[in-house]
Design a protein around this ligand. Structure first.
Ligand code: GLN
Length: 456
């Protein structure tokens, strides 16, 4: 813990930690020492971790990267962070993220951008660590903590993991309690670990998972010993390669990485089959209707009364002015864009044309996966991202859709509620890490982690 606290003192330039909790960390570490001395060391005893700012942590600022939550210190602990602490984990502080987890580059945070510790071989330009869990990914990649929590609504664990050479898993929807995690799009949000290795991910995921009566979508399904399932034996497993993920204009380096992954799994004894997920091309548009729709509803609670920021009002201002001024000041441009899109697609005249249609598309996407799993496919191999980490500022132009295209390989998994994992699997010509994604059957995270282990 002391080594990590020293490391993060020297790593201010990355801007990964937005709030440090050294006193809490040292007292948790002391308590962990005592448990170890008593011979009662739980799974993560004494392991220093970082917590994404989206998790409510009792008495510790929790702002979801937003100005609207200025000064908010929750009076309660999220279920997932409580489980980590019960398992002996030590919290070093809160990690930077895109505002309300909306973004793919960690540039929408009120705390400013996060810098990826990686650089291209031939220049020193600062790169994005990905988003929205950019602080988590950068902190793990730069060895500021042993692991971090992330959340994933459309790829926010898996894309930053790919950009930083780390491992990130989004479990099946319902595995991790969402209680105490600031809501973005409730039918898509899941928490998960971001780690250096698949083994670490298995250990931490098991701690984070489990039924919670405080989350109505939490699943009452036993959590297996994921680490024990890492046998490295994947003989007889069937891995599907979906043809629709071979996008036009895909860089050759990504093609090569994908074939290399296929070859590694084949060599380890898996059977490789070509599969089709015909509705894939509708996933991104459906996601960018459903996620903003849910966000516009979830973010209605930030009204200047219940949490954080309230605008200074002028003489004669009423409640409407209070809402308007508070929300205009408190939400950044990307969040405002999502609230407007979400409100529009849910409005009486457009509900059927957009929101209802997107929900139908979502069902078709889910059925595509059901069909291939019914044909005996155990896991699906795809690239995690269409490119390696891009430069900070590079995608921040007038067209937000350019940024949204980053999520093309990851959003299907959230729409279908499936588990997905990113594993570092190679590098591009500039020496930057590239990741492969494996998508698993619902509730089969153990199998999925084992297949991912074969790619390490
Ligand atoms: N990049 C996607 C978005 O901006 C996904 C974010 C996430 O998974 N939280 O919505």
């Amino acid at each position: 813990t002391e080594a990590c606290l020293n490391a993060l003192e020297g790593a201010g330039a990355l801007n990964a930690f937005v709030h440090k909790t050294p006193e809490k960390a040292l007292s948790q570490a002391k308590a962990a020492d005592a448990r170890i001395a008593e011979g009662d060391a739980p799974a993560m005893c004494g392991l220093p971790v970082g917590i994404k700012d989206l998790f409510c942590t009792m008495g510790v600022p929790s702002q979801a990267g937003s100005a609207i939550l200025n000064g908010f210190r929750p009076e309660y602990e999220s279920t997932v962070t409580q489980k980590l602490f019960d398992a002996g984990a030590v919290m070093l502080g809160k990690l930077n993220m895109d505002e309300f987890a909306m973004g793919s580059s960690n540039e929408t945070s009120v705390y400013g951008k996060v810098v990826n510790p990686w650089r291209r071989a031939d220049d020193t330009a600062e790169l994005t660590p990905g988003g929205s869990s950019g602080g988590s990914a950068a902190a793990v990649a730069a060895d500021l903590c042993l692991a971090a929590t992330g959340t994933d609504t459309g790829g926010s664990i898996r894309q930053p993991a790919a950009f930083t050479g780390t491992v990130g898993i989004k479990p099946t929807y319902g595995r991790c309690s969402r209680w105490g995690i600031v809501a973005f799009a409730s039918s898509l949000d899941q928490a998960g670990p971001m780690t250096k290795t698949v083994r670490d991910a298995a250990i931490m995921l098991e701690v984070m998972c489990g039924y919670d009566p405080k989350d109505s979508t939490s699943a009452d399904i036993p959590v297996p010993d994921f680490e024990a399932m890492l046998t490295g034996d994947i003989r007889g497993k069937t891995i599907g390669i979906p043809r629709e993920y071979r996008m036009e204009g895909m860089p050759e380096e990504i093609e090569t990485l994908w074939s290399e992954g296929r070859r590694m799994l084949e060599e380890a004894g898996a059977k490789i089959v070509d599969i089709s997920l015909p509705h894939t091309k509708y996933a991104l548009p459906a996601y960018y209707v459903i996620a903003p729709a849910e966000a516009s509803s979830n973010l209605a609670r930030y009204d200047g009364v219940r949490y954080g920021h309230r605008a200074t009002l002028a003489q004669g201002d009423g409640i409407t002015e209070m809402y308007e001024k508070t929300r205009a000041e408190g939400f950044g441009p990307e969040v405002q864009r999502r609230v407007m899109v979400g409100t529009y697609v849910l409005s009486a005249g457009f509900y059927d044309a957009y929101y209802n249609r997107a929900r139908k598309v979502r069902t078709l996407i889910k059925r595509d996966f059901d069909d291939v799993f019914a044909q005996g496919v155990d896991a699906i191999l795809t690239p995690a991202t269409p490119s390696a980490a891009f430069g900070l500022g590079e995608m921040n132009d007038a067209d937000p859709v350019k940024m949204y295209l980053n999520d093309v390989f990851t959003v299907t998994v959230n729409l279908a509620g499936l588990p997905g994992i990113t594993v570092p699997a190679g590098q591009d010509s500039q020496g930057l890490p590239l990741g492969l994604q494996l998508i698993g059957r619902p509730w089969e995270e153990g199998d999925l982690l084992n297949c991912a282990h074969a790619l390490e």
